[in-house]
Design a protein around this ligand. Structure first.
Ligand SMILES: Nc1ncnc2c1ncn2[C@@H]1O[C@H](COP(=O)(O)OP(=O)(O)OP(=O)(O)O)[C@@H](O)[C@H]1O
Ligand SMILES: [Mg+2]
Length: 419
């Protein structure tokens, strides 16, 4: 073969390799910026001229707006008011040029680029297409080399845990607590059963429920959400997600996770709402540190009335200790019934077996009082059972007792789930 032929062959080879590299690079770029580049930047002028009503209507029918980092700096007055921080970044208060208050969640630069992008795409793609009165609305986003941020509707009363555990929530009566729980349940039901594609939240917790000025609860942060096709019954999670104390047991096993993990987390959240305290309180006497088992014991012994007293922010018999709403003052018996119903629903939601937990549609109906709630099976058996010393004479007896209780569980849960 002549030198010329070898040289031509080498040149052709180099050109082909270079072309492949350029194509691969362009494709990667398109993937990273694909979602962002399909949204045109909206100018301050356009927003200023839209009334708030028109703006909200446009957002509802359209996709979220895209803002520049310069605009965000203007909206937040150079990020002066910090509302809080979470696992992915910091949240600042801002105001759009038309006067609408917003919360701007700025993603942490130190986070791995990949997880930012994943979170980002998930949020823009899912919240942008979902609308429900109990879900926090995404108005827009910023995606450029300097800033990655999401712009949400601003929620006057902030996160549910801060509100209930802080002084503000002391005057909230039992019926209002139930309404908050129903609102959250409706938001999750929408994600699971009503929106175009089923959305599993994966991180339902009081910090991800925000309250507006009228105490309407809205579920926030779909960053951990994964879109799953309704036909898929299970998705496997590639890394541990969720928050200890709220994440369902199967979440820690990295497989076979369904939307029932949200039902479990909702049950734990419901107990915090009823108890108006953190489920785990290190400062409490040892027997009362873990509220879910305490509530179960009270339920079994018919003493849930104690929870009504403590959840109203007062000692039993001390009606003047906290401000109360009228309805609650005149109908203490009704408060007890509501608390019992909320606890029973919560106990069903936190069953260890995902199949034993009701779907969110049934949860909403039970909380609303439209569906009766069967007596729950103890979800904390594994935590509360007194260890039995091995005794050859009782082995057969124990075995048959287990069999009976297992049948009872599956029968009762079928009843609930099929309703
Ligand atoms: N839309 C909003 N309106 C008002 N305050 C908000 C809004 N979004 C977030 N906040 C405030 O910012 C705080 C931090 O929110 P962020 O979502 O970053 O953290 P988190 O919910 O505690 O944790 P996670 O990262 O797991 O969601 C919240 O606790 C709340 O007080
Ligand atoms: Mg959050």
């Amino acid at each position: 073969m002549s030198h010329a032929a070898v040289a031509i062959g080498t040149i052709v080879f180099v050109i082909i390799v270079a072309a492949i590299i350029v194509c691969a690079y362009r494709r990667a770029e398109a993937c990273a910026g694909g979602v962002a580049s399909s949204y045109a930047v909206v100018s301050d002028q356009q927003i200023r001229h839209a009334t708030i009503e028109k703006f909200l209507l446009e957002i509802r029918h359209d996709k979220p707006f895209r803002f520049t980092s310069l605009q965000l700096a203007g909206f937040t007055r150079n990020y002066t008011t910090r509302l809080g921080a979470g696992g992915f970044g910091t949240v600042y208060k801002g105001v759009l040029p038309n006067g609408l208050p917003v919360a701007v969640k700025v993603f942490d630069r130190s986070l791995a680029q990949r997880s930012q992008e994943e979170q980002f795409m998930a949020e823009v793609g899912t919240i942008g297409r979902t609308y429900h009165v109990n879900l926090v609305r995404l108005f827009g986003f910023c995606f450029d080399d300097v800033v990655r941020a999401l712009v949400y509707e601003y929620m006057d009363n902030g996160a549910l845990d801060a509100y209930l555990l802080g002084g503000q929530g002391r005057g909230v009566g039992v019926p209002a607590l139930r309404d908050i729980a129903v609102g959250v349940a409706r938001g999750i039901r929408y994600l699971h059963e009503e929106c175009q594609q089923k959305i599993v939240h994966y991180d339902i917790k009081p910090g991800n429920v925000l309250l507006d000025g009228a105490l309407t609860p809205k579920v926030a942060d779909f960053g951990l959400a994964r879109l799953v096709n309704r036909a898929d019954t299970h998705v496997s999670v590639s890394c541990v997600r969720g928050t200890p104390g709220f994440a369902a047991p199967e979440m820690w096993m990295l497989s076979g996770v369904t939307e029932k993990c949200d039902v479990y987390s909702f049950g734990m959240l419901l107990l915090e709402i009823v108890g108006r305290r953190r489920n785990f309180d290190e400062a409490a006497p040892e027997s009362q540190q873990w509220f879910p088992t305490l509530a179960w014991t009270k339920y079994e012994t018919g003493e849930l009335v104690d929870l009504v007293a403590s959840s109203s922010g007062e000692e039993a018999g001390d009606a003047a200790a906290a401000p109360r709403d009228d309805e609650q003052e005149h109908e203490p018996r009704r408060d007890e019934e509501i608390v019992e119903r909320m606890c029973k629903v919560a106990f069903w939601c936190v069953q260890q077996q995902p199949e034993a937990r009701p779907p969110m549609g049934a949860v909403v109906k039970m909380l609303e009082g439209e569906m009766s709630v069967a007596a729950p099976v103890n979800p904390f058996q594994h935590l509360m059972a007194t260890p039995v010393t091995a005794n050859p004479w009782t082995t057969t007896m124990t075995g048959s007792a287990d069999a009976v209780s297992a049948t009872a569980i599956s029968e009762t849960s079928n009843e609930i789930v099929s309703l």
